[in-house]
Design a protein around this ligand. Structure first.
Ligand code: CP
Ligand code: NVA
Length: 339
């Protein structure tokens, strides 16, 4: 498997074998990290991570993974660089790719990260756009496999705003890997028809079943993973809350829903999550709408079925795998540190 020089913009660009390879590579990196084995395989290289939206997990994963691999890391936030305001994306990408060996971008439209990749001759990684969040998916499948074993033929249900970046990406990764995917949401929040068609076409080759339903109990019956995300994503206007709360309250992940799923079912969430009122937005929603928990109840979030912190940790191992595979040499030959 040779992914050297490849961009990582969306999973539609990757074959099932390539996705499998990246998850397996991340599992190896996780063992090394837990055993305290140094693996500065990319020593001497530098990366730049561009964030037009906020981040905890993705930013810290790129930073820690970069340091663990021996690289220098530069963070550029929403302010403080010329990008977008005085300098076009195309010019920025050409400048940065002269200085750095890899570029991460988190921001708004998918076209921006695709443009950066077009103008950069170094690997570009998508750290979340309005349409896709591909690095998140590697961590999600890795976490599901750690708890449930081989996921092929098992079912992941996404309950909530299934048209968002997570819903889209989850449908794609499931189709690619032969995992059944159910979008459980009101019709107006189902993923776009063209993406559904694309995923169904892929699914017909991998044996995955892609379904949409408005019926929560039917949708979650016997599911192996129930997945939730925020009801209003970064970049969407605040006014969306009222409409989304009305549409999505019946799709809140509850213990009844978990009990309707497979007996070993786990709960996943990309995080951050509104499962209590210990955040400024959480408090604000409580004052305006009287809700104390949103996409998932605190009971589910804090239960043993919830594997969200394993999932968060796996962001780092999977991002490390993506950077290493796209920047590094063939890992099998590179070092005796490999187990
Ligand atoms: N899941 C995720 O991408 O989290 P951050 O927004 O904190 O990076
Ligand atoms: N859908 C969420 C995902 C956050 C990781 C957002 O875009 O805000």
């Amino acid at each position: 498997m040779n992914l050297k020089g490849r961009d990582f913009l969306k999973l539609l660009d990757y074959t099932p074998e390539e996705i499998r390879y990246l998850i397996d590579l991340a599992k190896k990196f996780k063992i090394m990290k837990h055993e305290g084995v140094e693996h500065k395989f990319l020593s001497g290289k530098n990366i730049v991570i561009l964030f037009e939206k906020d981040s905890t997990r993705t930013r810290c994963s790129f930073e820690v993974a970069g340091y663990d691999l021996g690289m220098g890391v530069t963070y550029l936030g929403p302010t403080g660089s010329q990008m977008g305001k005085k300098e076009s994306i195309a010019d920025t990408a050409r400048v940065l790719s002269r200085m750095y060996d890899g570029i991460e971008y988190r921001g708004f439209s998918q076209e921006i990260v695709e443009d950066i990749a077009r103008y950069s001759d170094k690997p570009v990684w998508n750290g979340l756009t309005d349409s896709f969040h591909p690095t998140q998916m590697l961590a999600d499948i890795m976490t599901a496999e750690e708890h449930l074993g081989d996921m092929k033929g098992k079912t992941i249900v996404f309950s909530g705003d299934t048209r968002n970046n997570i819903g889209n990406s989850l449908m794609v990764v499931c189709a690619k890997l032969g995992i059944n995917f159910t979008a459980c949401a009101p019709k107006e929040l189902w993923p776009e028809e063209s993406l559904v068609e694309t995923c169904k076409r892929i699914a017909s080759q991998t044996g995955s079943i892609i379904r949409m339903t408005e019926d929560v109990m039917e949708g979650t019956r016997d599911a192996h993973v129930i997945y939730a995300d925020v009801w209003v994503s970064m970049g969407e206007p605040e006014e969306k809350w009222a409409e989304r709360i009305k549409l999505l309250k019946p799709y809140q992940v509850t213990m009844d829903m978990m009990n309707n799923a497979n007996k070993d079912a786990i709960f996943l969430h990309c995080l951050p999550s509104f499962h209590d009122t210990n955040t400024t937005i959480g408090k604000d929603i409580q004052e305006k709408f009287g809700l104390t928990e949103m996409e998932v109840t605190n009971e589910v979030f804090e239960s043993s079925k919830s594997k969200v912190f394993d999932e968060a940790e796996n962001r780092m191992h999977t991002i490390k795998a993506v950077m290493y595979a796209t920047m590094g040499e063939d890992y099998e030959d590179s070092s005796s540190a490999w187990r």
